[in-house]
Design a protein around this ligand. Structure first.
Ligand code: COI
Length: 356
């Protein structure tokens, strides 16, 4: 495996974390260094850690025109014992490989990527925040850099990892959010990119999300693109519903992102003995469950969002209050379990934690 070269800022040129970690927000602050690697002449080359800085790429870089761009989202947690921990990073790099495949991007060596990430975290370890609920968000991504305006897969790419300290993804924090159920627009189609982490999926969501924001909703639940009948995902998270005694989430049938937190929730809930179904769930079934009093809880799962309670859905002019509109017991228990494993306050019986 090629070794990672380093150009590291001297201590006096490093920037510092804001002192009030509760005001971190999400995605605005970046650590001192970044990892970079280039693909050209048929090979990934020159893995290196450098000071975080603007990129210089051609205005004709193919990703800028045709969107050949994939990414991942991961977190590094500071534990009470002072150790730094990653949560299922191999799963992220495996999904990254699937995304590469789908977008005709040459795959990176997953072992090298994890080793490089650990080195980057070691260099910027002071950037991992200390306050409960905060973490260092990690964003690996690949962009096509070849200057060319014909539509085909590029021959040159850059793989980068940037990081930055974050608090909760939603301004609501761990408080119930209201979600607009989108009756008209679609996020992804069967045979498309919905199951990989392509920037294009997020671009496709913006117009509808803006419309939902104007109506006062911070998030939007996508329905299936063919019939607009079955719930899919929220874009920033997968969705779970507690209906009667069943925990239901949409199946991974091509248009839904296979979330790593989603998989963790399914595994943990099955272990708890809950009845977990990955099955099509019609919005009409949710409405009927509301009527019969069986709609107990709803929550989203994602790396950035962790576990996010959903208190209310809005569909075709109707408000659907979930349970009592607060945080349900399964939602709370799942949140406690997942963050407990991530921060090392609960046993990691599944072997998901990778210490840095
Ligand atoms: C993540 O959860 O890490 C994501 O990539 C979702 C993004 C909307 C922040």
């Amino acid at each position: 495996m090629e070794s990672v070269s380093k150009r590291i800022l001297p201590q006096h040129q490093r920037r510092f974390l804001p002192t009030d970690e509760r005001k971190l927000g999400f995605g605005d602050i970046f650590s001192d260094h970044m990892f970079k690697m280039d693909f050209h002449d048929g090979q990934w080359r020159n893995p290196r850690i450098e000071p975080y800085a603007a990129l210089s790429i051609s205005p004709a870089a193919m990703s800028l025109h045709y969107g050949q761009l994939i990414f991942e989202g991961m977190k590094c947690f500071r534990r009470q014992d002072g150790r730094l921990a990653l949560f299922r990073p191999e799963a992220n790099f495996k999904r990254f490989a699937n995304s590469s495949h789908q977008l005709c991007i040459p795959q990176i060596d997953q072992e090298l990527a994890l080793a490089a990430l650990k080195e980057l975290l070691f260099v910027d370890q002071d950037w991992v925040p200390h306050t409960p609920g905060t973490s260092l968000y990690i964003r690996p991504f690949i962009v096509a850099t070849e200057p060319h305006l014909g539509v085909r897969p590029a021959n040159e790419y850059m793989f980068m990892i940037i990081t930055g300290p974050v608090a909760a993804y939603y301004t609501e924090g761990f408080a119930p959010i209201a979600i607009y159920v989108e009756p008209h627009y679609s996020r992804a189609v069967p045979g498309g990119l919905g199951e990989v982490k392509a920037a294009a999926n997020y671009a496709a969501s913006l117009f509808a999300a803006e419309e939902a924001h104007k109506k006062g909703f911070s998030q939007l639940l996508w329905l299936d693109p063919c019939q607009h009948k079955y719930v899919e995902e929220v874009g920033s998270m997968n969705m779970f519903f507690v209906i009667g005694d069943e925990l239901v989430t949409s199946p991974l049938a091509g248009t839904v992102l296979p979330g790593i937190t989603r998989d963790s929730v399914v595994t943990i809930a099955r272990d708890w003995g809950l009845k977990v179904s990955e099955r099509p769930l019609a919005i009409d079934e949710i409405l009927a469950a509301k009527k019969s009093g069986e709609l107990k809880e709803a929550f989203g799962s994602g790396t950035a969002a962790v576990i996010s309670p959903v208190g209310r859905l809005h569909y075709n002019g109707q408000d659907i209050v979930v349970g009592e509109g607060g945080i349900g017991p399964i939602t709370q228990k799942m949140y406690d379990e997942i963050i407990g494993i991530q921060y090392g306050t609960r046993p990691d019986k599944y072997g998901w934690v990778v210490l840095v």
